[in-house]
Design a protein around this ligand. Structure first.
Ligand code: ZN
Length: 113
């Protein structure tokens, strides 16, 4: 997936974004309406905000990025937690201070702070 730099007014910096279902690499006109924005720089800086680029919560943006598989597992910060989805204790991909994503079953879990 090809990312492109875009200025984010919320984070006041340039972030890398991509579309989940772009069919062609040409122009914006070829991107279907259903294409979902992925932000590769979603993180602590924007936690609890509404992403101004996608108008989704930053938690949703984190979940979407985790599900996309675009970021290698090793790159995510991890937390060893028991999953309420599959019941296994595993190193979860930390989405924000309150949530983590299970790489085994894809459940978003609540973290105790
Ligand atoms: Zn799980």
């Amino acid at each position: 997936m090809e990312s492109q730099p875009t200025y984010c007014p919320q984070c006041d910096k340039t972030v890398r974004v991509a579309w989940t279902s772009s069919v062609a690499h040409e122009a914006h006109a070829t991107i279907p309406d259903g294409g979902k924005l992925l932000c590769f720089d979603v993180g602590e800086d924007c936690e609890g905000m509404i992403c101004p680029l996608s108008r989704n919560s930053t938690l949703l943006m984190g979940v979407r990025l985790a599900r996309s598989g675009e970021v290698p597992y090793e790159v995510w910060p991890h937390d060893l937690l028991k999953c309420r989805g599959c019941g296994r204790k595993t190193g979860m991909e930390v989405l924000d201070s309150g949530h983590a994503f299970c790489p085994i079953c894809g459940t978003t879990n609540t973290r105790k702070i």
